[in-house]
Design a protein around this ligand. Sequence first.
Ligand SMILES: [Fe+2]
Length: 267
Amino acid sequence: MKLIQVSDLHFVPPGTRLFGIDPRARLAAAVQDINARHADAELCLFTGDLTDQGAPESYRALREVLSELRLPYRLLVGNHDDRGNFAAVFPEAPRDENGYVQSIVPTSAGDLILLDTHEPGSEAGFYCAPRQAWLRERLGDSSGRPVYLFMHHPPFDIGIPSLDRIRLLEPEGLSAAIEGADVRHIFFGHVHRPVSGSWRGIPYSALRSTVHQVPLDFGDKRSMPYSFEPPAYNVILICDDLTVVHHHDYMNREIVTPGTERYSAAE
Ligand SMILES: [Fe+2]
């Protein structure tokens, strides 16, 4: 099974830019690349911060770009989103009984469970008791099947203080909810960086934004620094007991073949 993960699109109202970058053009390029290379993927998952300020016109612009995507997709919300404005523009997006943008996608390889960690007014994430109860029920339904979690905020520190301050707070509830479940991997966004490892024995990975990035800086910055490393999306391959995550810099179209003039000149 092939999945695509794209994250932190940070759409802004039409005609405006973010740090000099046009988020719409960045996503359009990703969609074009995904259509050309991965139209065989089962699903494309967008792991939050769909917009930068949650404006309705930003969601409408996003919807226009996504209409070009040739594979099914699911959207998650992040701290920069507005749940109400999101739902108004994407009314078909599944939500739980409390309105949280949470859903489950059964696949041939197991169940993908998409979590909503957004807490209005907070850059950090939160996973409250009603959301935990929903997750417990889903995991009960998934009993015996592998589970893959998708969420915006990581529920742990990654060693970069500016990001660790705004991770998922009070992760104990989430941790207790997934205790004993066959969680094979956690895929998240939010950090605007490629990072991987394991948390309590569960492998995880994250990826760059399609817009601005967060530099690798372990200094204790009070403000959030940004960088202009290239945008990327991830290609996820899952087969039986194997999960592979490829990080793809989709704007880098320069490929050098050994023996060509370009390659010789570089030597
Ligand atoms: Fe973000």
